[in-house]
Design a protein around this ligand. Structure first.
Ligand SMILES: Cc1ncc(COP(=O)(O)O)c(C=O)c1O
Length: 446
């Protein structure tokens, strides 16, 4: 059964539905940047799946066991055991969220002018490496335009080998983002990961996994390959091919905050730990409260349930299929956490330079109060590979009828899309332009 909601309500929040005129005023005031809009003025919030999860009754009850001791808290002990079981690594160092882990990695490995290679960096890592004076380089698999290929999250092994051979001294480390958020939430194949890892080890470079959606990746892998392993076993096969694993637990930790770094190697743990103490807090809390650690400890178990993961993946593909049936160009096959609309293909008369993705993001809000995010020229500037709009589905928050509503709004946009105009940036902070940009609509013919 595809469209059956496997959760029932215990607590509810009323959704505000404003008029188009009210939303037009809000957009103008927000500089056409959806990050500047209050959530109470949003009808369906698909801005991110990060930290927006609904917690379960069991997570809430575990939270009540919180122990806020500075050192050696029992909440940390439960967190530690759960994180170790999740990723099968011995040392676990908590951090307040994923980007804190990225900052620690960058501080340990990067020098000015270094290349950091990845299947695709996500925006925070990308910005942090640039801030350090390093050069993040994306080398996604050449199959990224092949809709029949299940593992579009893969890294391009021949480019990886080429860069390792020719630029070895400049490369600091390699990061595999699992799933590949920026290019469609697409899974990475274990075979590709293994080949990449072995290649990188031949050149003696650190190999790191950003695994904030690794459980979704494991489920997509299981479905594609029909393997007879449980999700935990699949995750462990993935994490066996890395020196350091890190994740933001705001995603597959089904939590609101948090993250951790994990490794089996003592040589890395002491480097990580000392930076974590300086920037995050003592290693038994790392910027997290005992309550956060309890929610994560339980979330890292709940995420392994195949009922949960099937529901998650079904919701994503339900929305993707509805949009596809209406002729909206979406990235296929559907990934694990979001549907990515190819804005450039959908709205052909607006160019990437005129921020075609942002134009669609603004229209989704204006017409339907839907908040989404541009993943294209506004987010990545000249490094953008495609101009997409990401509809990220928060975990366990929305029902199938909410997703049908999203499709209805897309249908209306499709019928009037020729009236849409491009956007230009009035001001922005250079490292994180999409979070901070103030924009204005481009004048027609201007
Ligand atoms: C792949 C990936 N890595 C890292 C991060 C950063 O995590 P956080 O938002 O917890 O700092 C994100 C956030 O969306 C992400 O999607």
């Amino acid at each position: 059964m595809k469209s059956f909601d496997i959760y029932k309500y215990k607590v509810v929040e009323k959704i505000n539905i404003l008029s188009i005129e009210e939303r037009e005023k809000i957009l103008e005031k927000a500089g056409y940047n959806l990050f500047n809009i209050s959530s109470k003025n949003v009808t369906i919030d698909l801005l991110t799946d990060s930290g927006t999860n609904a917690i379960s009754d069991l997570q809430l009850s575990m939270m009540m066991l919180f122990d806020e001791s500075y050192a050696g808290s029992s909440s940390f002990e439960r967190f530690l055991e759960s994180a170790q079981n999740f990723c099968n690594k011995k040392y676990i160092i908590p951090v307040h969220q994923g980007r804190a882990a990225e900052k620690i990695i960058a501080d340990i490995f990067c020098k000015e002018g270094n290349y950091v290679l990845s299947n695709t960096h996500f925006d925070t890592g990308f910005a942090i490496y640039r801030y350090k004076g390093a050069i993040p380089i994306n080398i996604p698999t050449p199959e990224i335009d092949d809709d029949s290929f299940c593992f579009k999250g893969n890294i391009d092994l021949s480019r990886l080998e080429y860069l390792l051979t020719n630029e070895c001294n400049r490369i600091s480390h390699v990061v595999m983002t699992i799933t590949n958020n920026a290019l469609g939430g697409q899974p990475v194949d274990i075979e590709n990961l293994k080949q990449a890892y072995l290649l990188v080890k031949r050149y003696d470079k650190p190999f790191i996994i950003d695994g904030c959606r690794i459980a979704e990746n494991a489920m997509l892998y299981k479905k594609a390959k029909n393997v007879n392993l449980n999700i935990r076993e699949i995750i462990h096969s993935y994490t066996s091919y890395c020196d350091i694993f890190y994740m933001s637990t705001k995603k597959d930790g089904i939590a609101h905050m948090g993250g951790f770094l994990a490794t089996d190697e003592e040589k890395w743990v002491s480097k990580i730990r000392q930076l974590a103490i300086i920037f995050e807090g003592f290693p038994s809390y790392g910027g997290l409260s005992g309550k956060d650690m309890e929610i994560i400890a339980r979330g890292l178990n709940e995420v392994l349930s195949e009922d949960y993961l099937n529901d998650r993946i079904n919701q994503v593909s339900f929305l993707g299929s509805l949009l596809h049936k209406e002729g909206i160009p979406v990235i296929k096959p559907f990934g694990g956490h979001a549907i990515f609309v190819d804005a450039q293909k959908f709205i052909e008369h607006i160019t990437p330079d005129d921020l075609v993705g942002q134009s669609l993001v603004v229209e989704l809000y204006r017409l339907g109060g839907i908040r989404a995010v541009e993943v294209g020229n506004l987010m990545y500037g000249k490094d953008a590979i495609k101009n997409l709009v990401r509809l990220a589905i928060p975990r366990r928050v929305y029902t199938y009828s909410h997703l049908e509503y999203v499709c209805e709004i897309f249908k209306e946009i499709k019928n009037n899309k020729k009236n849409l105009t491009g956007f230009e940036v009035v001001s922005s902070d250079p490292l994180v332009p999409h979070f901070t940009a103030v924009l204005r609509p481009k004048k027609v013919g201007g």
